[in-house]
Design a protein around this ligand. Structure first.
Ligand SMILES: C[S@@+](CC[C@H](N)C(=O)[O-])C[C@H]1O[C@@H](n2cnc3c(N)ncnc32)[C@H](O)[C@@H]1O
Length: 221
């Protein structure tokens, strides 16, 4: 997976811009270049962001679509429920940080970056009724990190995403996130695309080598 120059540039702008407006990108934005590159390579089509906080991940993808000339809307799913948020934003580095995000702050940040986000203010499981028939080329899971939350997010996206699903916090601190992606990779329709630091992306499975659809020169590498 190529980490694009555009993704690195946008990540820096988003992290700096949110810092100035009193927001922040989760984990200092270290996963943003990997997410944005993944969405860029997914191409034209809608993207869904589960767990948007101040909007770093969603704004990053929306800016990329705008600047790379890709079609598609960016949907955000976040309940902005304080009690629930405090349960999940508990990694050591995050403990003392400001987590006062709200739907209003998300929209103000989108306006600051001159992008449009479509917010569904709800939890991602059960899957929101208004998105029942939507399909996406890419998705990002960064909402409920505990219990069966991450696996339910994969299950809800599994049949709705045609390209790639990225997830943050694939690390020891979040065993339920790790479990969800190992489960996904063990499914019949999804497999690992790549992993960088705490970001992991999965993809719909490609034809098997034994299906003989690949040129021999590619297989010989
Ligand atoms: C780690 S933050 C997301 C960070 C954001 N993606 C970024 O790039 O800065 C987690 C967010 O998930 C949201 N959240 C928690 N439980 C959720 C759920 N069940 N469905 C959707 N969002 C959820 C919280 O409100 C919080 O805003």
């Amino acid at each position: 997976m190529k980490i694009t120059e555009l993704s690195i540039d946008i990540s820096a702008r988003v992290v700096n811009g949110l810092g100035k407006s009193g927001g922040r990108a989760a984990d200092g934005g270290i996963s943003l270049p990997f997410l944005i590159s993944m969405a860029q390579q997914a191409g034209d089509g809608d993207h869904v962001d589960i767990g948007s906080l101040y909007g770093a991940s969603a704004i990053g993808v929306a800016l990329m679509k705008k600047e790379a000339g890709l079609e598609g809307d960016v949907y955000c799913i976040d309940p902005y429920n304080t009690e629930k948020r405090d349960q999940v934003v508990h990694a050591a580095g995050e403990m003392q940080s400001d987590v006062s995000a709200s739907a209003e702050a998300l929209m103000a940040n989108a306006e600051q970056f001159e992008v449009e986000l479509k917010l569904v203010q709800a939890v991602s499981d059960p899957w929101p009724e208004e998105l029942e028939d939507n399909t996406f080329v890419s998705a990002y899971i960064d909402g409920d990190h505990t219990g069966d939350g991450p696996t339910r997010d994969f299950e809800n996206l599994r049949g709705r995403v045609s390209g790639y699903i990225g997830t943050d916090n694939f690390e020891e601190e979040y065993p339920d996130v790790v479990k969800s992606m190992l489960y996904a990779a063990d499914s019949e329709d999804w497999f690992i695309l790549y992993k960088n630091l705490i970001f992991i992306a999965i993809r719909r499975i490609m034809p098997m080598r034994s299906d003989q659809v690949y040129p021999q020169a590619m297989l010989a590498r």
